[in-house]
Design a protein around this ligand. Structure first.
Ligand SMILES: NC(=O)c1ccc[n+]([C@@H]2O[C@H](COP(=O)([O-])OP(=O)(O)OC[C@H]3O[C@@H](n4cnc5c(N)ncnc54)[C@H](O)[C@@H]3O)[C@@H](O)[C@H]2O)c1
Ligand SMILES: [Zn+2]
Length: 580
């Protein structure tokens, strides 16, 4: 079975990397087709996807039952399989005539070449995969829950698990023809549906793209926390729609733009014009660029400005800039008049994929970074990827580390996407960059939606690579490395630790390193004493009065938290990371 999956993976990789433009299909597709073996959740997933996209849903088996007035098992029994296949072909032909339809097909339908041709012509084919053991368990559970329905023929076999294995093996080469495969074993229906929508976003046609569960085509994802639910808009040239999006969010007050000198000199006039054009009055407070500005001193200066301009509870703060501006402006929004609405307009890559999502706001204290702050979610996030064209190259490269991190911790397919599109992404090709940022933002959004205030532990996985990174940053007084650079080295270190602990195959560690290098990120360092770094990490640990929680990888997309990493292993890895 594992061999089959491996072959399947190779086929998929070959299929995609063989093309110049990996992510664009040359077919005109307007539907989504969900295929896969019984028990992979095709019908439920298709229904959920249809609901979220506001499309229609059709299950070909249900259509056949409707048309004949007989259950499928009875058609098989009385009229024979050939008759069933004929009915199935007809149902598929008809479904393929439609648009914006999510079609769930029977487990064996795709074997028929005629069916495959019609489906591939009309839709993006997504295959839901599951291990035979998972399938068996799901079918068994389903049968136990619905004792009155007819037992699936698969379960009626002498050794059902073996029968599933055999039948699945004979069909695997047909399932491999799907455009995208989702492994569903450890996912809920909701999560699989989300994956399907992501695949549609990555592979679907650009003009008829449905970005997510909301009808707004610019929405990359929703952040849904206990305190606030808000959209993250990602697009190229999206600044033009800022006024419109704010109005749609039912915000009407005066706007105060908070930005730094670099960003404001590039985009200030434009954003002011857009807001005024949409009928908003606009104030602006511009701060010097740089991390030193993220301080109580500047927060107070902004409070003074807001008081002077008689800003009220319904007025809106707009953070226009990188993560520094976002954290500072968000902190002011969280605290001024006990909180006022605010909007994130991130302009750096780190801010787009990471800092603008999740509501962590704050300022630095002379004794430490981010020591003063709050969780306060914005009303919306709007990322215009075009603004990245003016971001200094080193800042841009640094930002990729966090995007890559999101793939490494949770999303193997996104890692593949990044691997295959490095050149286009480095050139900021509009379509690719929009897709990458939307996907990365979605991953962050999912994590924070599940664990808004870092209480459930889920948010911890976002710290992958950050333990060593903090050591490096502190030991060099935040002067030598940009954050993403330190995180890249930290992720290489974490992978090496995983390898030493027998958690991660060395090939996976190499794959991660190669990807970081392709994006121009550092994967080693020199000229720094190891004790300086471990002392900095030790300090970090003492503050928390507990062991360091290492986020390690077991595979791409699969993390584990370990608090028992021996010091000598850490030292060994740090030594390996130096160029000595
Ligand atoms: N809140 C969170 O969850 C979170 C997560 C990660 C990082 N952060 C914070 O974010 C900050 C780092 O973010 P950052 O890297 O964006 O730093 P930054 O805001 O300092 O921006 C980096 C530099 O790029 C410039 N810049 C930004 N956008 C530009 C553009 N489009 N064109 C030209 N120049 C542009 C800025 O003026 C600045 O000089 C840190 O303070 C960090 O603590 C917060
Ligand atoms: Zn980070």
């Amino acid at each position: 079975m594992e061999e089959i999956v491996y072959v399947l993976a190779l086929i998929l990789i070959f299929q995609y990397t063989g093309e110049d433009n990996w992510m664009k299909l040359d077919r005109r597709i307007t539907n989504l087709v969900i295929t896969g073996f019984s028990g992979t959740g095709k019908s439920l997933v298709a229904k959920e996807v249809a609901r979220r996209l506001n499309w229609d849903f059709l299950d070909t088996d249900d259509e056949i039952v409707k048309q004949t007035g007989k259950p499928i098992a009875e058609i098989f029994r009385n009229d024979g399989e050939e008759r069933f296949r004929e009915l199935e072909r007809q149902a598929i032909r008809e479904a393929c005539q439609q648009n914006q339809l999510v079609i769930a097909i029977g487990g064996g339908a795709i074997i028929d070449p005629q069916n495959y041709e019609s489906l591939a012509e009309a839709g993006l084919i997504i295959c839901l995969e599951a291990k035979p053991e998972t399938i068996y368990e799901r079918l068994f559970r389903e049968a136990a829950c619905n004792p009155e329905t007819e037992v699936r023929p698969l379960l009626a076999a002498d050794n059902p698990l073996e029968r599933i294995r055999q039948l699945k093996a004979t069909r695997q080469s047909y399932y491999a023809k799907a455009d995208w495969t989702i492994h569903t074993d450890s996912l809920s229906i909701r999560e699989v549906a989300q994956e399907v929508i992501e695949a549609w976003r990555l592979l679907g046609p650009i003009d008829s793209r449905q970005m997510s569960d909301a009808s707004d085509e610019d929405i990359a994802c929703l952040v849904e926390t206990a305190t606030q639910s808000y959209p993250v808009f990602v697009g190229y040239g999206l600044l033009d729609k800022l006024g419109e999006k704010i109005k749609k969010a039912a915000l009407h007050g005066t706007t105060t733009i908070i930005s730094d000198e670099n960003v404001f000199s590039l985009y200030g006039t434009k954003v002011k014009g857009i807001l005024k054009g949409a009928g908003f009055s606009v104030n602006a407070f511009v701060v010097p660029p740089g991390e030193e500005t993220k301080s109580m001193e500047y927060a107070v200066r902004i409070y003074d400005f807001l008081v002077e301009h008689r800003v009220e509870r319904d007025d809106i703060i707009i953070a226009l800039g990188g993560g520094m501006v976002g954290d500072l402006a968000g902190f002011v929004a969280a605290t001024f008049l006990r909180s006022i609405p605010w909007i994130q307009v991130p302009t750096s890559l780190i801010a787009m994929v990471d800092a603008s999502i999740g509501g962590k706001v704050g300022v630095n204290h002379p004794k430490g970074k981010n020591l003063i702050g709050a969780f306060y979610q914005p009303n919306l996030v709007l990322a215009d990827c075009q603004t990245l064209t003016t971001l200094p190259q080193r800042e841009l490269i640094s930002g990729w580390a966090e995007a890559i991190k999101h793939g490494l911790i949770l999303d193997e397919q996104f890692v593949q996407f990044l691997e295959c599109n490095v050149n286009g992404l480095a050139k900021l090709e509009p379509d690719l960059i929009t897709r990458a940022i939307a996907r990365s933002a979605t991953i962050k959004a999912q994590v924070v939606s599940e664990d808004e205030k870092e209480k459930e532990g889920k948010r911890t996985i976002l710290n992958y690579g950050h333990t060593i990174a903090h050591g490096l940053e502190t030991a060099t007084h935040y002067e030598r490395f940009l954050h993403g650079e330190a995180v890249a080295i930290g992720m290489v270190g974490a992978a090496k630790l995983g390898q030493r602990l027998g958690l991660l195959p060395s090939a996976t560690g190499e794959r991660q390193k190669a990807l970081l290098q392709k994006f121009g990120l550092p994967t080693s360092f020199s000229g720094l004493g190891l004790t300086e770094i471990t002392r900095a990490m030790e300090l970090d640990k003492k503050v928390k009065e507990k062991a360091i929680h290492w986020v390690l990888l077991q595979d791409i997309g699969r993390t584990v938290i370990r608090s028992d990493v021996p010091q000598q292993d850490l030292l060994f890895v740090l030594r390996e990371l130096t160029n000595l």
